[in-house]
Ligand binder design. Structure first.
Ligand code: ADP
Ligand code: MG
Length: 754
């Protein structure tokens, strides 16, 4: 009731802010439409479209000073402002180069471009003023020279007041939709400046007064004004500090609400090792568990003994042996008479888990058929494994559902369908979620709504940084397997251009002598003209006729039913194929020990963690494994020439050279934690961890890696507030409540307020 009341009660000020931007000075219907395409509809939206960076006097140099810096050995990035005085196209290589000369009151500098010459020629009109940023060098004529720098256009007037009064100039990201309506740096700044001057005063505060005062934060109006057009560097920093805090504060409020909700409904089970079931199982394994696996297991055991439901994230790089650990936890649950469920992200992976686990359980029961069987102390009951998948024959599925309901099945394996509709568990004690950090909030809520609070282990090869887990999963414990089984050798990763493919095919055929099988991965199933990507089907047909005429080649792709996929995988495992042509359906979890070469076509199209997952398909035995990344020749050649310092990437490099950074990271790093760190830098956490399902709103201001202390503080404040006023009913918290409902309603599904 209260919620509806609030939403209905829009104030006069709010109405003004919610008006379309169309009537703002120099906008109009066409530009308003372009803004709408990038999500800016109302005046309020525009007020919250913040600059990505600012130009201020403390970070810019004159041409003369920059030259001096360079002569003194300074090798970092710097910014210089100058007017275009000349430009010329010179002969250089195949395409030539563009040289643009600039001048300021102290001297000259120049910029050169080897690519996109036509475009840059049109950008740098004589007489225009630009702020140029990059790492300069000396040209062969001894001039201060930037190669492919960043640049922003500023007006004569801005440049004057910048130089004379130290005014700070904001720069905004300009999406291509805006560019097509002729909105550039200058015009966007003018439009936003107008909106800020005329409308920012209407914004209503969204943080509690007490927090503002206590931390000396700028109020919302001042913060918005100073974020766009700061009156000083200090004011800018305090505006940014406020928004960082605010963003994290609301995020933590959601965690606090969820936590409150969860704690008020708890009732778990205490699960202990009862018989020697686990002990006997360990004896049937052909290997010893690593120290790391044992450590993680003891953490899990401790959690299971507690009567509170376990909520644990099990991290470990691809191939580190998470499955066995999970299986042992499942056996503990079974040992206590409970059912255990394993949820896999794909049907073939579920199928593979079911086969492996059934095999291990059979071995266990065979090993203990003797009279003193531990299965007797288990009530004489053998451990039954049940696989539940969509597309199973109706009769089989019905039987499986019955088994699950009647506790005939102890270990149940399937996909997310396990948590939907029809499945009724008899006595669910443990849920394992494989390779999917998305589980968690939503599925747990769905189980809780059925009155079940099982122990939960989420397994992931993508390590979640501590700051992030602290934030998103306020109540999640973490175990890490940080050691690989002993027999593993590092995987050799190389990058090659497509013209090398014939040689690589020959390599694949050569290596068959040593028992190697190979994956060849393509991004799509069928040819798509638009993207020019190679497609598995087409290349399968072609390769079979040409390079791989005399060897056995299989094909697997996402359009097959899981039964078809399963058949192909079984044949590959049985070495009926030497080469398997595949799409990314093999990405997750598939375990074929003799497949030790993976060739990934159009590798630059894949995400970093996806590439690492794909690479994880090989290197599962004691043979040297190879991961060969294929890109266009030109691209591959460029990577040799321009090697990034991956430890110190600038924001510009991260923004503009994503695919190069991905390729170079793959070649340089084999450690999944390192890869994940790079991925986080490239993509941001919202993208990686799935905004919707993890209940994780995208962060605009705060950085989860850098702002750990702000997170901590915001968390403290948020938890304090919810503890005092769990339903946000106090007068002083009404603004917070209103803002939550307005802006975080989708996340609130899991964090009821009242
Ligand atoms: P992931 O952590 O990627 O899920 P898996 O659980 O699939 O890894 O394990 C990869 C392979 O390593 C499997 O074939 C598994 O049987 C094997 N394995 C697991 N633990 C060990 C160990 N301690 N020593 C040797 N091999 C192991
Ligand atoms: Mg796995």
């Amino acid at each position: 009731m209260l919620d509806i009341f609030f939403i209905a009660m829009k104030t006069e000020k709010e109405k003004i802010l919610n008006e379309s931007i169309q009537y703002l000075k120099s906008v109009g219907p066409k530009r308003a439409e372009a803004f709408r395409k990038v999500g800016i509809v109302t005046i309020k939206d525009l007020l919250f479209y913040f600059p990505t960076r600012h130009l201020d006097r403390t970070t810019t140099l004159t041409a003369a000073k920059a030259y001096g810096y360079l002569m003194n050995g300074f090798a970092g990035e710097l910014t210089v402002i100058g007017k275009v005085v000349d430009k010329e196209k010179l002969n250089f290589g195949r395409k030539g180069l563009l040289k643009v000369q600039f001048r300021d009151s102290t001297g000259f500098f120049e910029c050169v471009w080897f690519q996109g010459i036509k475009y840059f020629e049109s950008v740098f009109e004589e007489g225009n003023i630009f702020a140029v940023s990059g790492k300069p060098a000396l040209s062969k004529y001894g001039n201060l020279q930037f190669t492919h720098p960043d640049f922003d256009k500023i007006s004569e007037e801005e440049s004057n007041s910048f130089i004379n009064t130290g005014k700070i100039i904001p720069f905004y990201r300009i999406p291509k939709e805006l560019k097509t309506t002729n909105i550039g740096d200058l015009s966007l700044r003018r439009i936003i400046s107008h909106a800020v001057e005329s409308y920012a005063d209407n914004l209503e505060e969204t943080l509690p007064e007490e927090i503002l005062v206590e931390n000396n934060f700028l109020n919302l109006v001042e913060a918005v004004k100073n974020f766009h057009f700061p009156s000083s560097k200090e004011k800018l920093n305090s505006a940014i500090a406020r928004f960082k805090f605010e963003e994290l504060f609301y995020l933590e409020l959601l965690v606090a609400l969820r936590n409150h909700n969860y704690k008020s409904q708890l009732s778990g089970h205490s699960l202990k090792v009862k018989t020697n079931l686990v002990h006997n199982f360990l004896k049937t394994l052909p290997f010893e568990l690593t120290k790391s696996q044992l450590k993680v297991l003891s953490e899990i055991r401790k959690d299971m003994e507690e009567p509170l439901p376990m909520n644990r994230l099990l991290q470990g790089d691809v191939g580190s042996g998470k499955t066995i650990v999970a299986l042992i936890a499942m056996l503990i649950a079974v040992d206590n008479g409970f059912q255990a469920v394993m949820m896999a992200p794909t049907e073939i992976l579920a199928d593979q888990h079911a086969k492996n686990i059934s095999r291990l359980m059979n071995r266990l029961s065979v090993a203990h058929k003797e009279p003193a069987s531990p299965l007797v102390s288990q009530g004489g009951k053998e451990i039954k494994v049940s696989l539940l998948l969509g597309g199973q024959k109706k009769s089989l599925k019905e039987k499986n559902l019955q088994d699950i309901k009647l506790n005939e099945a102890d270990i149940i394996i399937g996909t997310h369908a396990l948590f939907e509709g029809k499945v009724k568990f008899n006595n669910l004690g443990l849920v394992i979620v494989d390779e999917q950090h998305r589980f968690g909030v939503a599925q747990r809520a769905s189980l809780m709504s059925k009155g079940i609070t099982p122990d939960v282990i989420v397994m992931s090869a993508t390590p979640i940084p501590r700051t992030l887990s602290m934030t998103v999963y306020g109540d999640l414990d973490i175990s890490v397997i940080d050691e690989m089984p002993k027999n593993r050798k590092p995987i050799k990763t190389i990058l090659r251009g497509d013209s090398k493919l014939p040689e690589i095919y020959k390599f694949i055929i050569d290596k068959m002598k040593d028992g190697y099988q190979s994956f060849i991965v393509y991004p799509l199933v069928e040819e798509s003209e638009k993207l020019e990507l190679k497609a598995a089907q087409t290349f399968y047909d072609e390769l079979k006729e040409t390079y791989f005429k005399n060897i056995n080649v299989g094909l697997i792709h996402g359009r097959m039913s899981w039964q078809e996929k399963e058949e192909v995988m079984m044949l590959f495992l049985a070495k009926k194929f030497d080469v398997l042509i595949a799409t990314t359906v093999i990405e997750v979890g598939i375990d074929i020990p003799d497949a030790n070469i993976i060739l990934i076509n159009d590798a630059h199209r894949f995400g970093l963690s996806q590439l690492h997952q794909l690479r994880g398909r090989v290197g599962r035995s004691n043979k040297t494994a190879y991961c060969i990344l294929i890109t266009k020749d030109e691209f591959a050649a460029r990577q040799d020439k321009f090697q990034f310092d991956l430890e110190y990437l600038s924001p510009v490099q991260l923004e503009k050279y994503k695919s190069s950074v991905r390729m170079q990271s793959m070649v340089k790093y084999s450690d999944g934690f390192k890869i994940a760190e790079m991925d986080l830098k490239l993509r941001g956490p919202g993208d990686i961890f799935g905004t919707q399902q993890s209940g994780f709103p995208e962060l605009k201001h705060a950085n989860l890696v850098e702002d750990a202390d702000v997170i901590q503080f915001a968390k403290k404040k948020a938890f304090e507030l919810i503890e005092k006023d769990p339903h946000l009913q106090n007068e002083t918290n009404l603004a917070v409540r209103k803002n939550l409902i307005e802006h975080y309603s989708s996340s609130l599904r899991y964090a009821k307020i009242a």
